[in-house]
Write a protein that binds this ligand. Sequence first.
Ligand code: TZP
Ligand code: MG
Length: 212
Amino acid sequence: MYTFDPTLYFITDSTGLSEEEFLYRVECALDGGATLMQLREKERTTREYIHLADKVHSIARRYNVPLIIDDRVDVALATDAEGVHVGQTDMPVSIARKLMGPDRIVGATTKTVPQAVEAYEQGADYLGVGAIYPTTTKVKTVLTSTDTLRDICKAVPIPVNAIGGLNPTNLDVLSGIPIAGICVVSAIMKADDPKDAASRLLALSRQLQSKT
Ligand code: TZP
Ligand code: MG
């Protein structure tokens, strides 16, 4: 089993960025202290996805941060990534687990307690729950209440991360909820100083953990 620390889970979005700028921002995020990272590329061809995964993986390895690939088990296996993340319309967790094997990380997005319990029972290692706030990164997503987030944390014995519109100024609503960490895209990817944003978010996520 690959170990992972979900405290600050950084998720990529290369939209509108040159490859050079994108990889620079990824490196800044890791340098600032992101503890886990996900390559999430919705508009890429398979060839491009594999190319970017290889590039990002070589940076992540230098920081000892596991790389999770969004949606695509084939891309995760092809690039020897440490894990895969699946949503409710992707491959079921049970199949992702079977294909990834027992040692790699399988994460799932869930919005309700029944979805969370099902993902856990099928072999998920962690859950992402949200969106907590509206977000332009995933416009069609439905919001998840902090009550549901709390219920999911209580319902499963695996790490649960909050996601969606989170930034250094609005994490208070998560206080007292036993999440394992936060997932962020734009708060790091689009920050003027992504390294500084990551280090602030890491400190704030640690503070949240200490309050539960
Ligand atoms: N799932 C729920 S919200 C979201 C995903 C992938 C996007 C989060 O992006 P941001 O920019 O941190 O709001
Ligand atoms: Mg997906």
